[in-house]
Design a protein around this ligand. Sequence first.
Ligand SMILES: *Cc1c(COP(=O)(O)O)cnc(C)c1O
Length: 395
Amino acid sequence: MQSSHSFNETPRNSPWAEVAPEDWNNWKWQLKNRITKLEQLESLIELTSEERKGCLFADKKLALAITPYFFNLINRKDTLDPIRLQVVPKVQETTTAPEELLDPVGEDDTSPVEGIVHRYPDRVLFLVTDRCASYCRYCTRSRLVSNAQDYNFHPKFDIGLEYIRNNPQIRDVLLSGGDPLLMSNNKIEYLLSELRKIKHVQFIRIGSRIPVFLPQRIDEGLCEIFKKHGPVWMSIHVNHPNECTRELAEACEKLAFSGVPIGNQSVLLKGINNNADIMRSLIHKLLMMRVRPYYLYQCDLITGSAHLRTDPREGIKIIESLRGHTTGYAIPQFVIDAPGGGGKIPINPNYIQSVTEDAIIMKNYEGKTYSYPLKPTGIVKNNLSNPELIQPMLT
Ligand SMILES: *Cc1c(COP(=O)(O)O)cnc(C)c1O
């Protein structure tokens, strides 16, 4: 039984309805036909003036790029469509609020060599490319991806690999970027095989939105590489149930059948998924695709993101509405990646009402109060019904 069959196929809209399936399902065709220019976008949807101005500025900040596959999921009549809001630029991106930062989670300060962020002692973030299949308008690394700003990031694998080889405390390597799966199978195979040769590297994972933007990329050749060099874990990035298509389900299925455990990282975004019903629908769909919700991120304080950021207390409320009310596996950990480089800090609803000398007093998901003793509360009794019978077994 293929789980992907519980997901409906998305009808193709103009101008792609007549594209031959072998083109549409070819990831290189999808990349070649990306929407990258204002005129292309205007031929497909009626842009608001905010969007139009946003597109004019996009090349100075974060390039415009949307795969036809992903664009096809937009309801074109709806200017508030949750997919549209993630990938169509808006003029608000060009304004900077006082709290906003170009490097919102302080990565540059913890970068020992170009391409490596070494914040936690035992693991590194390894930025292997600056390109993505499509660009998320709230990208936390917009300073370096898409090459729109003068950041001059030139990913060089060998410097990063050498750093990992020389630092035996690194047991976990997270490949990210940009999107590592945009690289050729040859490059991916080279990277994974070099990492596998390093004895102290125990855990390898890839952060990628390719299964969401360009599911066609998850081809047989790539799956063979994961089988050969696995276990490789993957964190994908799905924000809204509308992204959970037949194609994404099939891509996840291929990855899972190649031995890749998949987690999901969502970003809490205003008007997109800051709503308990939407989040519940998303995480249920993810479980049906064998994807374990991993993190829910408070949106980083990236420049030009004020229009998409929410109050973190909304995230706490959403988690509170899920915990106990649905499958524990479905519930992501809500985190704030602390501005200035503090790393990811878990933000949880408060289930502890008080801790006394004798007990921890807690509230359950229904709001009822329970306590758990901190030490024995009376005389310790033998709880066996007939101790004489058991005694020979104990001696
Ligand atoms: C998120 C992140 C990691 C991985 O953190 P986990 O909690 O293990 O998923 C590692 N390094 C950096 C710099 C990160 O931002």
